[in-house]
Design a protein around this ligand. Structure first.
Ligand code: GLN
Length: 566
């Protein structure tokens, strides 16, 4: 029985025990599905391998659409602490997502949307809203089939909307977590309904290599994959992540214990350059094998790897010159995932200028507490980035860093909060407003040079209600911002903020030499500032890092990096 027949049979029982809503226009078999799960542990590069596969498939001319299913109950990632969970990545449509969506956007060089990111919280929210609206027609609403049914539905909706050849579904977390049980069950059902030729299960596992033994051990991986099989999911392909090259003996053990033929067990060991992964996966036959399991081996031929080779060449730095040292003055500096898009944007610029970039983390809370002087903290850096952030901790340290950069002609790039910090610093030290501040940090300040956006005043609660997503920025002709953006009059960038430059102080700032070179069309919201006399002092209310792409580095980052080289 093919997938189509199974679906027909299910539809015929409408009102029975099944719950398989099919979105309007859904054609079974038109879109195929690749499902990526992880076993043994998280943090082994599931998102990287998944996005590299997407890239390889895209390179063959397939229309690929990724979707990440996150297990947590938050409706989106907006309320998550970036220190615990990594950066909140903002999409053009304003969705606040997991940082993996950034990896997919950069790898595929395309904008994703809210539908490419689904949390359990969002699924439950939909279910409760539907139940209250009486949409389940008197049925008791159950985990199976309703939760699983809604999960299948969001996936199929994406298939219809995107008209993709392949939807690549990445399941957050690890097999065996209680949290993603329903997602896995939903995908088992999807496989049953769509048919084996339309669904490919890939498990990414980890091969341990304890130092004390000095050899690879496969038991944890075997047990992890067995959990999947116990749930009725037979993986088609297994990717073994490991520190060093996968031993043949291990590949055989994995194959024997998981019913996966040897030629479908792939090894991916640690590499320093993730940009080479799509090509090395291609060379190992990985994306070919995915297409074979989907019975697509005659379609979508490669172009001889030319595109992927070109990509590897363009995403590397050949120069042996001493790397630039860029300071990032933040407060979550213990985890690089917190600022991943900034690190990536720097990397994109480094490809463009063919110069390596190292990062020095500057913990602004230490400067604030007087444990470290600014001079010492900034020693040796070629330029400074003050990234986005929330809350008062570390703020005075950041203001001290901005003051140092401004007075000592050190290149400064301010991102969102870094824009507001520059305003406070200039107000205090140039406008003579000694107690200038943002009302975010000092609600009763006498000089609120940074204040809450009028539209934000009425809003209560913290979820999904900032000024969010892609918006137009009018660039003032004749400014540095205009020059670096190729004299564009309008650019589109992504925002995530509640506070802004208080319009009442604009004139005073301008008199002191601040040029507001980017504004919101038709609104007094300042979006870029620059100091023309400085070597490079620019800041934006938006996050330029979210739209930087490997072969199209963001203009502000590139200009900043170039000024650091001078
Ligand atoms: N906390 C500031 C605001 O809400 C800056 C936000 C940010 O840097 N993303 O406006």
């Amino acid at each position: 029985m093919s997938g189509k027949d199974v679906l027909k049979e299910i539809i015929a029982t409408s009102g029975g025990e099944f719950y398989t809503p099919l979105p309007h226009g859904y054609k079974p078999g038109k879109t195929k599905y690749v499902i990526i799960t992880g076993s043994v542990m998280s943090g082994i590069g599931k998102g990287t391998i998944s996005s590299s596969l997407c890239k390889g498939l895209q390179d063959r001319g397939l229309k690929v659409e990724p979707i990440k299913l996150e297990a947590y109950l938050n409706v989106d990632a907006g309320t998550l602490n970036p220190f615990r969970h990594g950066e909140v990545f903002v999409l053009d449509d304003g969705a606040e997502t997991d940082l993996d969506l950034g990896t997919y956007e950069r790898m595929l060089d395309k904008n994703l949307e809210e539908d490419n990111f689904v949390t359990s919280g969002r699924i439950y929210q939909t279910i409760i809203e539907k139940e209250r609206a009486g949409k389940y027609l008197g049925r008791d609403v159950q985990f199976i089939p309703h939760v699983t049914g809604e999960i299948k539905n969001v996936i199929r909706e994406l298939a219809v909307k995107s008209k993709a050849d392949i939807v690549v579904i990445e399941i957050g977390g690890t097999v065996g977590d209680y949290e993603n049980m329903f997602a896995l069950e939903a995908l088992r059902e999807l496989h049953y309904e769509e048919g084996h030729e339309n669904v490919c299960f890939i498990n990414i596992t980890y091969i341990l290599q304890p130092k004390s033994l000095g050899e690879q051990k496969s038991k944890a991986a075997q047990l992890g994959i067995k959990r999947l099989i116990e749930m009725g999911i037979q993986p088609d392909i297994i990717v073994c992540r490991s520190e060093s090259h996968l031993e043949e003996k291990i590949r055989e053990k994995i194959s024997l214990n998981t019913n996966v033929p040897l030629n479908r067990v792939f090894g991916v060991h640690d590499v320093s350059n993730i940009y080479s992964l799509p090509l090395s996966l291609r060379e190992s036959g990985f994306d070919e094998m995915v297409l074979e399991t989907l019975e697509w081996n005659k379609k979508f031929k490669t172009n001889g790897n030319k595109g992927l080779k070109e990509w590897v060449r363009k995403t590397s730095v050949s120069s042996k010159e001493k790397p630039l040292l860029i300071g990032i003055a933040g407060k979550y500096t213990g985890s690089s995932d917190t600022y991943i898009s900034i690190l990536k944007a720097l990397e994109h610029s480094s490809f463009a200028v063919n110069r390596k970039i190292d990062v020095k983390w500057i913990e602004t809370t230490e400067i604030e507490k007087g444990e470290q002087s600014v001079e010492k903290a900034l020693k040796g850096v070629d330029g400074i980035i003050v990234p986005g952030g929330f809350g008062v901790r570390g703020i005075e340290g950041k203001i001290a860093v901005a003051a140092y950069c401004r007075k000592n002609n050190v290149p400064y790039l301010g991102l969102c909060l870094g824009f507001q910090i520059a305003l406070i610093e200039i107000a205090r030290n140039e406008l003579g407003l000694r107690d200038a501040n943002s009302t975010e940090f000092e609600p009763k300040t006498k000089h609120p040079v940074v204040d809450i956006l009028p539209e934000q005043k009425k809003i209560e609660g913290l979820g999904g209600n900032m000024r969010l997503g892609g918006k137009d920025v009018e660039v003032k002709p004749g400014t540095i911002a205009a020059k670096i953006h190729g004299n564009a009059k309008k650019i589109r960038r992504r925002f995530r903020h509640r506070f802004e430059c208080n319009p009442e102080y604009i004139e005073q700032f301008e008199k002191a030499g601040v040029v507001f070179s980017g504004k919101a069309p038709g609104q007094p919201i300042m979006q870029i500032l620059e100091l023309p006399k400085h070597r490079f002092f620019m800041a934006s209310q938006f996050h330029p890092e979210f739209t930087s792409r490997p072969l199209k580095p963001n203009e502000m980052f590139l200009a900043f990096v170039k000024s650091c080289m001078r």
